[in-house]
Write a protein that binds this ligand. Structure first.
Ligand code: UDP
Length: 418
């Protein structure tokens, strides 16, 4: 029987690094978790990324059949994603070289984010390979929510359109993303909806009291949590201003924990500094803590200890943090955008507010915090929704079926050798 071998390509999102700092976030988690879950289901999984430091090992073996392979494409240093495009031809060459050295030829490649989609499209020109693509973020949607459009924008938009029209399958992570692609990118394209997942045994295993004890938090305070990168589009400013309003109208016991980010001087340090300045200007220092980046093993404690998790993004293609909180039985107050409209069911698992509307966020937070019984009900319904729809194993199963059907097509189209 043919080995079920799959290459996952994530040029800028290294699945082997720690997430939560600089540009490492949901995509890194997605690729790593999908890779490991596929390996458990019998696939041999190679995850390709760009090497960003001379001290990084070129190959990291995660489990027997799942590894990260770091290719040398461009300088071995961190490069912001908007500046990586010119190094992609080198990435393609290194990928081909790796195949040759190992005597492997992948028949299916799953690319992640537009940079990797370009790599996949080039590979399709060179060898008989099927391409599956996940966008993670769609330029046509993102550029509608920001004012500082980068010079690479036109290249990205053209690449995303070509990818939609030529990939053998697009994996949209929500019905909303599928609609965005069809409406804003191209009507041509073969799109399946397979959501992101989360580790339902890791998130949800700890009780709130156990978590608060472990984190040294008082039993009575009302804890509001943010988890994620420091990036303007994440809307942390809206949350901070909403908390100011909630305190002003009487919720003096509120504590806001803002998890994520690396040290000052790193690329995300500018946004962190800006947020800390706003916290100071609003006189909120005693109410807000910044524990920095928290390891994925420790994060379940933060979710479990919190009354609410807020996801105030201006734009959110999926939002892994949302389903991690929900799996932990913590209701989410999120922006009424993108993937959050799929994961959060308003009034049943949490609440949705117009993005950047600090009054709406403050009111939603107050509504839940002032009704502890309702908070518990929302939390239970959240957990249930994640168990039925968003486990990694379920997601990997759907991807596995998709890859298998494409491999079968490749086998049929291959000429029979004499
Ligand atoms: N994360 C983490 N530690 C942190 C901050 C974030 O492990 O200190 C993880 C978080 O648990 C989630 C991911 O980073 O799995 C963020 O993914 P999401 O899809 O919410 O946002 P993105 O980074 O893709 O915009």
């Amino acid at each position: 029987m043919e080995t079920k071998r799959i290459a996952l390509i994530s040029v800028h999102g290294d699945p082997a690094v720690e997430v939560g700092k600089e540009e490492a976030g949901g995509q890194n988690v997605y690729v790593r978790q999908v890779g490991e879950a596929l390996a458990k289901q019998g696939w041999v999984v190679d995850m390709f990324t760009r090497k960003t430091s001379v001290t990084q090992p070129s190959i990291v073996q995660h489990t027997a059949n799942c590894r990260t392979i770091r290719l040398e494409a461009g300088p071995q240093t961190f490069i912001p994603r908007d500046e990586i495009f010119n190094y992609l031809p080198a990435f393609v060459q290194q990928f081909l070289q790796f195949q040759e050295n190992q005597g492997i030829k992948y028949s299916v490649v799953h690319t992640n984010y537009w940079l990797s989609s370009w790599v996949g499209m080039e590979l399709k020109k060179i060898q008989n390979i099927k391409q599956v693509h996940t966008y993670h973020s769609v330029g046509a949607v993102k550029y509608n929510t920001i004012t500082d459009i980068p010079p690479i924008a036109s290249t990205r938009l053209a690449t995303e359109k070509a990818c939609l029209e030529t990939s053998d399958r697009i994996v949209a992570t929500s019905p909303q993303e599928k609609q965005h692609l069809q409406k804003l990118v191209s009507e041509q394209g073969c799109i399946d909806i397979i959501p992101c997942g989360t580790d339902i045994s890791r998130f949800g295993a700890i009780s709130s009291s156990e978590a608060r004890l472990s984190l040294g938090m008082s039993k009575s305070s009302l804890v509001v949590l943010y988890v994620g990168r420091f990036d303007k589009r994440k809307g942390i400013e809206t949350l901070v201003r909403a908390i100011k309003r909630s305190i002003f109208i009487g919720l003096a016991d509120i504590r806001l924990i803002i998890v994520g980010g690396s040290r000052p001087g790193k690329s995300d340090g500018i946004e962190r500094e800006r947020i800390e300045n706003i916290v100071d200007e609003l006189g909120l220092r005693e109410y807000v803590t910044f524990p920095g980046r928290i390891n994925h093993n420790r994060l379940p404690y933060y979710y479990a200890a919190s009354n609410i998790c807020v996801v105030p993004s201006h734009y959110e293609p999926f939002g892994l943090v949302t389903i991690e909180a929900m799996a932990s039985g913590t209701p989410v107050v999120g922006s009424d955008v993108g993937g959050l409209q799929f994961t959060v069911v308003p009034e049943h698992t949490g609440l949705l507010c117009p993005p950047q509307d600090e009054i709406a966020f403050s009111e939603a937070i107050d509504r839940i915090l002032s009704r502890p019984e309702w908070q518990k009900q929302l939390g239970k319904a959240s957990r249930k929704r994640v168990e039925t729809m968003f486990s990694w194993d379920g997601v990997a199963q759907q991807l596995s079926e998709l890859y298998t059907s494409l491999m079968d097509e490749t086998a049929v189209s291959m000429p029979i050798s004499a």
